[in-house]
Design a protein around this ligand. Sequence first.
Ligand SMILES: [Zn+2]
Length: 104
Amino acid sequence: MDSGISITAEKLVEVTAKYASKIAVKEEEYVRAVGFSSREMGRRVVTKVSFWLVTQQSTLLYCKLCNKGPFTKRGMFLHLTRMHHSEIKLLLEEEIKREIKALL
Ligand SMILES: [Zn+2]
């Protein structure tokens, strides 16, 4: 495992949990996580991985990884970061690898 990918994935876990929980993520949060030049890549990766994490039924949020819910936005964020940190990191690593391959 490339340690750079692992570090980048780790930095994006919280932003991903936030985005997946429908909490607004600011541009500067992507910049802080992956740097200015990689912010668009960060946004793409976060958007893709979030799709696998949360499903929404009307205003209620459910966890796609363990089917628990419903959660509020804040509850969903806490559930993802506390219960699924390593799974989210792995999913991010896979997407980042795909992004790097697409660039080569
Ligand atoms: Zn869950």
